[in-house]
Design a protein around this ligand. Structure first.
Ligand code: 9WN
Length: 450
């Protein structure tokens, strides 16, 4: 039984979460949301697999296999895989023009040319451990088959997104971070001069009640201008890195990558991959751990992104600053400092919060907005990542507090597995029936049974 909620409530929350995943299931992959996001998104799929594993590990594996079937020949896993049968998303496949623009892109399916945070090996590791424990040999053999693709993805990130060996991955677009309109990107986007590009029409605003919940038109112009420039560079890392105006070393992505290498090494060892590969993965994990630890800012008591355009840290206070918690083998003093920031008055301990969960941006800090997407609302998925990390660092009591507070938020009758929530009123915002919200609810509910 779960300590957070009485059994009748956990049962109905679980049933409702399963229903969301069933409704968004298109057979081999899952829509992130019924209408707002009708294609396959990279990090959504991995986090969806984290929930599916509790009911159907084979289907969880299929989610990852479908995504990795769209991998580019240089190893990158695209942030969106387009489904020709489900339209109505902008920018769609034509706008990205991946196959026409780069010989590295698959001919089919059409994809975007960006990436997203590399959470995939966390999901693969969960599927693997389950398969081993339950003697699911066919599933283990599928993990064997897909392993080289995962390794190629990690190698792409190391070689193309951290060619300088900084221990931090460089992103070229706010969408790559997964935290699209976070104040993390404001100062860099403010320097961007938007040139001539074709007129466009947004579709996202049709699917939310209040446009303030989504990025502004000014932000969208910048997002699309960056895509235009990326296409001009043929999505080539070498060309992009010469003088691209948005190059930020992303601390959250790098923390996830440190953990992902650790997970992939764990699987690789268990399935007997060559020791040279295991050594590489462990070295990468260590390199990105050091990169994230090195991004720690003593004054803000948070880890900060690095803006390579001006060679300065990005001094904002967002949940990404807590990402050292996701890194394996974190030194105990950094861990204690991050935990203090997480539970303190800028995040889960902020005055007036409806539930003691982590908001995406610290209330009272510049750029905060309670209802706008990644500028303040609490995202259960971001809380899940921090919870996952806290457990690994032995911060069990604090991890449990975050799990319980999130489950209480999600079991409100109006919550409907929303994409994000106003941290003060707990009002659901963005899409409803968001797959990864349902999926991590399943994982949180199953936690006490594991
Ligand atoms: C752009 C699908 C995705 C998530 C991102 C989230 C949002 C897309 C959008 O939705 O981004 O990629 O159109 O706003 O920010 O994290 O993967 O759920």
């Amino acid at each position: 039984m779960d300590r957070a909620l009485p059994p009748s409530q956990t049962d109905s929350l679980r049933e409702a979460a399963l229903e969301v995943l069933r409704k968004n299931d298109l057979g081999d992959w899952t829509k992130p949301a019924p209408r707002l996001y009708p294609h396959q998104w990279s990090w959504d799929s991995a986090l969806i697999a984290m929930g599916l594993v509790h009911t159907d590990p084979g289907r969880a594996m299929r989610e990852l296999e479908t995504l990795f079937a769209a991998q580019w020949s240089d190893g990158r896993v695209p942030h969106i895989v387009f489904n020709p049968r489900t339209g109505d998303y902008f920018p769609g496949a034509d706008w990205w023009a991946s196959t026409r623009t780069s010989s590295l892109a698959p001919v089919e399916p059409a994809t975007s040319g960006l990436i997203q945070p590399p959470v995939h090996a966390l999901a693969l590791s969960r599927i693997f451990d389950g398969a081993r424990a339950q003697h699911l040999h066919a599933l283990e053999s599928r993990i064997h088959d897909v392993f080289p693709r995962f390794l190629a993805w990690h190698r792409y990130l190391v070689e193309c997104r951290d060619a300088a060996g900084s221990g931090l991955l460089t992103i070229y677009h706010p969408w790559e971070s997964g935290t699209d309109n976070s104040p993390r990107w404001d100062s860099c986007l403010a320097r961007l001069e938007v040139g001539q590009m074709p007129a466009y029409q947004r579709h996202d605003l049709k699917h939310v009640e209040d446009p303030a919940e989504r990025p502004t038109h000014r932000e969208y112009d910048r997002y699309l201008w960056l895509v235009h420039l990326l296409k001009q560079a043929s999505y080539s890392d070498e060309v992009i890195q010469r003088d691209f105006p948005f190059q930020i070393r992303d601390v959250l992505m790098s923390a996830i990558f440190a953990a992902a290498n650790h997970c992939l090494a764990h699987i690789g060892e268990a399935i007997g991959r060559p020791s040279s590969e295991l050594e590489e993965l462990r070295t990468w994990s260590d390199r990105f751990r050091r990169g994230v630890e090195g991004a720690w800012d003593d004054e803000l008591q948070l880890a900060l992104d690095w803006d390579a355009g001006i060679e300065q840290p990005v001094r904002v206070q967002t949940c990404a600053g807590l990402s050292p918690l996701i890194v394996p083998d974190l030194s105990s003093d950094v861990r204690d400092a991050v935990m203090a920031s997480l539970s303190g008055p800028r995040f889960a301990g902020a005055a007036g919060l409806a539930y003691a969960v982590v908001p995406s941006t610290a209330p009272d800090s510049p750029g905060f907005h309670a209802r706008s997407y990644w500028r303040g609302p609490t995202w259960p998925v971001a809380n899940w990542l921090l919870w996952w990390g806290m457990l690994r660092h032995g911060s069990e009591q604090q991890a449990e507090a975050i799990r319980v507070a999130n489950l209480e938020l999600l079991q409100q009758p109006q919550a409907q597995f929303a994409e994000y929530f106003d941290p003060f009123t707990a009002e659901p915002l963005g899409s409803r029936d968001q797959s990864w919200t349902a999926s991590i609810a399943l994982d949180w509910l199953a936690f006490r049974e594991r």
